[in-house]
Design a protein around this ligand. Structure first.
Ligand code: RFL
Ligand code: PHB
Length: 398
C-alpha cells in the first residue's frame, strides 16, 4: 500500500542545505517535508566542516539560529600561512575593513537545525529508503520513499529540492544529456582527525611543507582538528596515532612553537575533488549544496556555498509558490553558478598553492613558493585571499 500526501516543497536530504531550506521556507509560511536516508544520530555526528563565513553567521543569527553559535563559536580575524619554515599572519579585519570568520562545527549547526525544525512541528523523516523523484515534466512533481517502518509514501509537491549531497539521487534524476559536469580530481587526499587537546594556536595554520600540506584548525577551546595531505589512495589503517602526530609535528613546527598532542577521538580520509553540475534546475526540481557542486576543503567553502544556495532557493520558491512570480526561480541556477564558480576558483587556487603535487616538476613547486611569497608581501594579493576566504558574495535575507 502507498500512502499519498501533499506538501509545497519536497526536500531530499537532512544535511545543512535541506534543513536550512526547510527552516527558511517555514519562516515564509511555506510547508515542506524532509526525507533523509540516515538516522538522526548519524546526521548529528558526521564530522565535516567547521568554518563559517561572516555572511553565513549573520544569516544564521537573522533567522533565529544564532544562540548556541554565539555562545560557543570562536571568532577569528585572520589565519596563518606557513611555508619554507616560516609562519606569516594574514589579518582579515585589517585587509577587508573588518570582516572575520567563525569556527562552529557543521555537526552543531545540524543539531541546532534539527532541534529548531522538530520544535516547530516540522516533518523530517529519517532512515528512509528507495527515495525517488518523478513526474518532473509536470507542475506537480512527486517524491516517493519508504519510511523506517517499511511503508511506501508518495508526496505530491509544487517543487522538489535536491539537497541530497554528492552521492544523492536528484542530480541523476534530471533528464539525460541536460546536466553538464566540470570536474577535477586532485592526486592527493586529507586525513582529518579530532583530538582531545586544546588547540596549539589561536587562529588556523595552513602550512605548505615539502612533505605535504598540513592544517591546524579547532572545534572548541578543548578540542583540536587537524588535517594532513596524504596520497590519494592512502589507507587509514596505515596511520597509527604516533605516525599522525609525528607527521603533523614535522609539517607544522616552527622555531619557538610546539604542537601539543592528545587522544585522537575520530579519524577519516577525505578525497579531494572539484565538481560543478549545471544547470542546477530542471523545471520544478532544484539542486542545492553538494548535490550540485563539490570543492576541495582547503578554501573552507562547501558548507558556506550550500547555505548560500538554499538562502537564494528559499527566496525563489517563496516568490514562485506564494506570489506566482517565476523570475527568481528562473534565475536561480545562473545566479548560484556565478557564486559557485568564484568559490571553485578560490578553493582550487588555495589547494594548488599549498599542496605538494606528486607529479609536479621543480618549475611547478617554485611557482607555488613564488605565489605564497607574493600573498604575504603584497597587500593586494593578501586582500584577494582575505575577501574570498571571509566570503565574497553577500547573502540576502530580510
Ligand atoms: P550533505 O551534508 O552531504 O547532506 C546531504 C544529505 O542527504 C542525504 N541523502 C539522502 N537522503 C534521502 N534519500 C537519498 N537518496 C539520499 N542521498 C543522500 C545524506 O545522508 C545527507 O544527510 O550536503 P549539504 O547539505 O549540501 O552540505 C554540504 C556540506 O556538508 C559540505 O559542503 C561541507 O562539509 C564541506 N566542507 C567544508 N565546508 C565549509 O564551508 N567549511 C569547512 O571548513 C569545510 N570543511 C568540508 C570540510 C568537508 C569535509 N569532508 C569530509 C568532505 C572538511 C571536510 C573534511
Ligand atoms: C575545519 O575546521 O574543519 C576546516 C577549517 C578550514 C578548512 C577546512 C576545514 O579550510
Amino acid at each position: 500500500m502507498t500512502v499519498r500526501s501533499r506538501t509545497q516543497v519536497g526536500i531530499v536530504g537532512a544535511g545543512p542545505a535541506g534543513l536550512l531550506l526547510s527552516h527558511l521556507l517555514a519562516l515564509r509560511g511555506i510547508d515542506s517535508v524532509v526525507v533523509e536516508n540516515r538516522s538522526r544520530a548519524y546526521c548529528e555526528a558526521r564530522q565535516r566542516a567547521g568554518l563559517l563565513e561572516a555572511g553565513t553567521v549573520e544569516l544564521l543569527r537573522t533567522v533565529g539560529l544564532g544562540d548556541r553559535m554565539d555562545s560557543e563559536g570562536l571568532e577569528h580575524g585572520g589565519i596563518y600561512l606557513q611555508f619554507e619554515g616560516e609562519r606569516h599572519h594574514l589579518d582579515f579585519r585589517d585587509l577587508t575593513g573588518g570582516r572575520w570568520v567563525t569556527i562552529y562545527a557543521q555537526t552543531e549547526i545540524v543539531k541546532d537545525l534539527i532541534q529548531a525544525r522538530l520544535a516547530a512541528g516540522a516533518a523530517i523523516e529519517f532512515e528512509v529508503s528507495d527515495t525517488e523523484v518523478g513526474a518532473l515534466e509536470a507542475d506537480q512533481p512527486v517524491l516517493r520513499y519508504t519510511d523506517a517502518a517499511g511503508t511506501r509514501h508518495e508526496v505530491t509537491c509544487d517543487a522538489i529540492a535536491g539537497c541530497d549531497g554528492f552521492h544523492g539521487i536528484c542530480r541523476d534524476s534530471m533528464p539525460a544529456g541536460l546536466v553538464q559536469v566540470a570536474e577535477r580530481v586532485y592526486p592527493y587526499a586529507w586525513i582529518g582527525i579530532l583530538a582531545s587537546v586544546p588547540p596549539s594556536t589561536d587562529e588556523l595554520i595552513y602550512a605548505r611543507h615539502e612533505d605535504g600540506f598540513a592544517l591546524h584548525t579547532m572545534r572548541t577551546p578543548q578540542v583540536s582538528r587537524l588535517y594532513l595531505q596524504v596520497p590519494a589512495d592512502e589507507q587509514i589503517k596505515n596511520w597509527t596515532d604516533e605516525r599522525i602526530w609525528s607527521e603533523l609535528r614535522r609539517r607544522l613546527t616552527v622555531p619557538g612553537w610546539e604542537l601539543e598532542d592528545g587522544p585522537i577521538t575520530e579519524r577519516a580520509i577525505t578525497p579531494m575533488r572539484s565538481f560543478v553540475a549545471s544547470p542546477m534546475r530542471y523545471r520544478r526540481l532544484f539542486l542545492a549544496g553538494d548535490a550540485a557542486h563539490i570543492v576541495p576543503p582547503t578554501g573552507a567553502k562547501g558548507l558556506n556555498l550550500a547555505l548560500a544556495d538554499v538562502t537564494a532557493l528559499a527566496r525563489a520558491l517563496t516568490s514562485l509558490l506564494a506570489d506566482g512570480r517565476p523570475e527568481a526561480a528562473d534565475a536561480y541556477s545562473d545566479t548560484s553558478l556565478g557564486r559557485v564558480w568564484r568559490a571553485t576558483h578560490f578553493s582550487w587556487w588555495m589547494t594548488s598553492m599549498l599542496h605538494v603535487d606528486p607529479h609536479a616538476d621543480p618549475f611547478g613547486a617554485t611557482l607555488q613558493l613564488a605565489q605564497l611569497r607574493y600573498v604575504i608581501s603584497s597587500r593586494a594579493a593578501a586582500t584577494t585571499l582575505a575577501e574570498n576566504y571571509t566570503g565574497y558574495f553577500p547573502l540576502a535575507w530580510d
